[in-house]
Structures are given as structure tokens and as C-alpha cells.
Design a protein around this ligand. Structure first.
Ligand code: MG
Length: 193
């Protein structure tokens, strides 16, 4: 596949779902980080499995493992949902990250070998592995036109992390690039509705 094709796909597929994405954006508090999500509350509203993006959601871009606060959050999720209902669905499923999870959260599963988000393939695989309907899977992502769009296309539930982890100290170019992408997609969705 051509590198970056999923980003272009995000912009064109996003047009079809612009109203739902626009509503999601408007309804998400500006300070929404993953730590604001209480696993027990998610369970009460019917969520039974989690598909978690990595970059921006569990750590800053390019980090080898989650930051200490999100590790604690992951432990609570594991107690609440069971580790076999938690999936890492990143467009960068690196071997280092896979090994880190295998060591620290061996029941979590790392989705790889599928078309990148916004294609729904990773969420469909998540549903098959979790043995639950897609409608009870929450996709947590800091990108509207990749993870959140994938959730809408797959029939899963999107959760937009509007206040992602960033580290200009570690990855200035990557963070600037993704900050620009996030701003562009927000502006586009606010103006296309
Ligand atoms: Mg991300």
C-alpha cells in the first residue's frame, strides 16, 4: 500500500461521516484525556471491550511504552473489563511496543497486519477476537479522521481524546506534524457541517 494512503482515505471517507464526526467533536470537552474516562462508568453504559490507540492516547508520539499515569489507568481497565477485552489498535504497532505489552499486560492483544485506520479492519478483527458485537467496543483515539472514523465505519463507538499527550522535547517534528493534522481535521469538520 502507498505510504500515507490511509490519511488521504481519512479525508475522503470522513466527508461521508462529517456530521457524526462534527457532533463528536462538539460534544467532547477540550480537556478530554484518557484519564478522564472512568472504566466503571464505561462499563455502566454498556462498553465491554476497548480498542486503544497508542500515540497521543497512552503516551506522546513515538514513545516506546505508556506513561506511568496511563499504566495505572490500564491496570484499572484490566480489573474492570478483563485483559482479554483490551486491544491496542495503533497505526504504528512496533515490535518494541508489542514486547512491552506482552511483558506487562500479557492478556492484552496487539492488533497488527490489518489495513490502517480509518479502515475498519482492525476493529473488525478486535470484535472477532473479543467475541463481542462491535457496538459494545469503544475505540479511544486522538484522531477524528483515523480512529474515530474507523469506529463509525465499523459500527463501534468512538471516544475522541481531544487533549492528547505531546512531547516537543522528544519528537518536535512528529508532534508538529500531528498537531497540524489534528487542527486541520477539527477546522474541516467544524466548517463542513
Ligand atoms: Mg494517536
Amino acid at each position: 500500500m502507498i505510504p500515507g494512503i490511509h490519511m488521504l482515505a481519512g479525508f475522503s471517507l470522513g466527508f461521508r461521516h462529517r456530521r457524526q464526526l462534527g457532533r463528536l467533536l462538539r460534544e467532547t470537552p477540550e480537556n478530554q484525556s484518557i484519564l478522564a474516562l472512568a472504566p466503571a462508568s464505561l462499563q455502566r453504559v454498556g462498553i465491554r471491550a476497548l480498542a486503544l490507540d497508542f500515540d497521543g492516547v497512552l503516551a506522546h508520539h513515538g514513545a516506546p511504552c505508556p506513561i506511568p499515569e496511563t499504566i495505572e489507568w490500564l491496570k484499572t481497565c484490566q480489573e474492570t473489563f478483563g485483559g482479554d477485552k483490551i486491544f491496542i489498535l495503533s497505526n504504528k504497532p512496533t515490535e518494541g511496543r508489542r514486547q512491552w505489552f506482552a511483558e506487562h499486560f500479557p492478556d492484552f492483544r496487539f492488533i497488527s497486519g490489518v489495513r490502517k485506520k480509518p479502515y475498519p479492519d482492525g476493529l473488525q478483527k478486535t470484535g472477532e477476537l473479543a467475541g463481542v458485537p462491535l457496538s459494545v467496543i469503544l475505540m479511544v483515539d486522538d484522531r477524528l479522521l483515523t480512529g474515530c472514523l474507523a469506529a463509525l465505519m465499523a459500527g463501534a463507538r468512538p471516544c475522541y481524546i481531544r487533549n492528547p499527550y505531546v512531547s516537543f522535547h522528544h519528537r518536535p517534528c512528529a508532534e508538529l506534524f500531528f498537531m497540524t493534522l489534528r487542527t486541520c481535521e477539527r477546522l474541516l469538520l467544524l466548517h463542513m457541517n
